[in-house]
Structures are given as C-alpha cells and as structure tokens.
Design a protein around this ligand. Structure first.
Ligand code: LIP
Length: 265
C-alpha cells in the first residue's frame, strides 16, 4: 500500500513497539506466577511500548495531540489532530502467554479517524488503513466477508475487566444473538476483533463499555475494508457511549437490530 507520510510514521512506531513487546512476551513465559510475577513485568512492558510509540509519533509530529492508554491525554498545538494509542491491547492474553494481542495506533482529524494501524506482532500481521485508500494486511488488500445470512455468521464480543455494570446487558445480547448465528467468540483484544472483521475472518463484532484507544484504529480499518461501524445505541456516539458494533454490510442490519432488540423478519 502506498501510504501517507503519517501512516508510515505510524507503521514504523508500531513495528518498533511490537519488537519490544515480542521480546517481553517471550520473557513472560519464563516468569513464575506470583505477587511479583508477570503482572508487574507486563505493566513495565506496556509502559515501555507506549514510550517507544510516543517518542516516534511526537518526534515526527510534535504539534499533534495525544491520547495513550498508559499516559493519558495531552493537547497539541494543532487542535484538529490527535494520536489515539493503545500500546498493548489484549493485556490479559499477553499476561497469560496467549499470542493474541496487538499494538493499536490511530490518527484522528477533526473528530474522524483517518488512519489506523493494528499490529499483531506475535503473528507478524500488520493491519493498516487510511481513509480513501483501502485496508491492507501486510501486502494484501483486505475486504469484509461476503456471508449474507446471520445463520452462517460468526461474531465476536468482549467483556470489560470487572464487568459488573456491563455483564447483564452482554448476557442479554448473547441470548438474543446466539440462537440465530453460527457462533460467538471472545478473543480478548478489541483492536484485533475489528481487524478480523475487516479481513473477513468473522462477520461482526460488538462491545459495551469499550475505550476509544482499544477501537479507534480498527474503526477505519473496517470501514476501508467495506464494513459498517456504528455506536450500539442508534444515533449515539461511539466514543461518548463507549459502545461499538461493526459488521459486513450484508449482515449489519439484522445483526444490529437483533442486538438493539428489534428483530427483523
Ligand atoms: C481490552 C480489550 C478487550 C476488552 C477489554 C479491554 P486492554 O483492552 O481489548 O477485548 O474486552 O475490555 O479493554 O485492557 O487489554 O488494552
């Protein structure tokens, strides 16, 4: 893909952070579980990755704003653009030695996500998209799946850590959806859930109580792969409501109506 200068900066940052995380991920497997076990180590790995990304992005574009999972929000001198970064999405998987986690970097311009990079460093899968330029995985153009019926479709969801507030609603979602589809998965990395929808690996994904930095990059990747992304609440706001629903265009209506409680014929 012929990306913009900004996208190239994002890809470089993701690769650099990914290399550091892969090294740390190998270490996690050698650590003993205990009070001074992988938990502290993973927090340090996460912080180190965020520092790498921040140095790269802020070094290249010091005028842009910044939102990072670990370091919070910093306003830029250019109020129209900001980076939205999760250095390690899928922390719990990482902590348990499960190779399903990613670096997620998005660029927002005037309230819209215009570029996104989701890097699954353990599998060396780099998902990227830029508004108007399509979505790619490594050197291959990706598209959402062509499955049209809910019955044949697989979906993914997530439940936040703790989940007290969200669990009953998610259970209701599952009760509505599962009898009508081929299966629901819970992989534990929202950025990759969106990237997988974009790559046609499953048909859709939804989540309640999700943070902007977990999903910002994936949003533009799904849209550029031909899919739809909306807030779960009709007419709502994805980041404001902290809820999202994404799917290929063929199943989106039935999928969203099922979750929103209005089952279509
Ligand atoms: C996690 C997500 C996961 C979601 C959790 C959490 P983290 O991100 O990607 O899929 O269900 O609520 O936000 O904490 O690993 O960066």
């Amino acid at each position: 893909m012929q990306g913009s200068a900004n996208l190239n900066v994002m890809i470089k940052a993701a690769r650099k952070a990914g290399r550091s995380l892969v090294k740390d991920f190998r270490e996690v497997e050698n650590l003993q579980v205990g009070s001074k076990g992988p938990g502290d180590f993973v927090t340090r790995a996460d912080m180190a990755a965020e520092t790498i990304i921040r140095d790269e992005l802020m070094g290249a574009r010091p005028q842009y704003g910044w939102v990072g999972e670990e370091t919070g929000e910093v306003a830029g001198t250019d109020p129209t653009r900001r980076w939205i970064v999760d250095p390690l999405d899928g922390t719990t998987n990482f902590l348990h030695g499960l190779p399903h986690w990613a670096v997620s970097i998005a660029l927002e311009h005037k309230g819209e996500i215009v570029s996104g990079v989701v890097f699954d460093a353990a599998k060396d899968e780099m998902f990227v998209a830029e508004k108007g330029a399509g979505a790619w995985m490594n050197d291959t153009r990706i598209r959402v799946s062509g499955r049209r019926s809910l019955n044949d479709s697989i979906f993914a969801t997530g439940v936040p850590f703790g989940a007290k507030r969200t669990l009953p609603a998610t259970m209701q979602d599952l009760a509505r959806l599962m009898p009508q589809c081929a299966g629901v998965r819970r992989w534990g990395a929202a950025s990759l859930d969106l990237a997988y929808v974009a790559a046609g690996r499953y048909e859709g994904y939804w989540e309640r109580e999700i943070n902007a930095y977990d999903i910002a990059a994936g949003i533009v990747i799904v849209r550029e792969a031909g899919g739809f992304v909306e807030p779960l609440r009709e007419g709502g706001d994805i980041f404001g409501d902290r809820s999202v629903i994404a799917a290929n265009g063929d199943v989106f209506t039935k999928f969203s109506e099922t979750l929103r409680g209005r089952e279509s014929a």
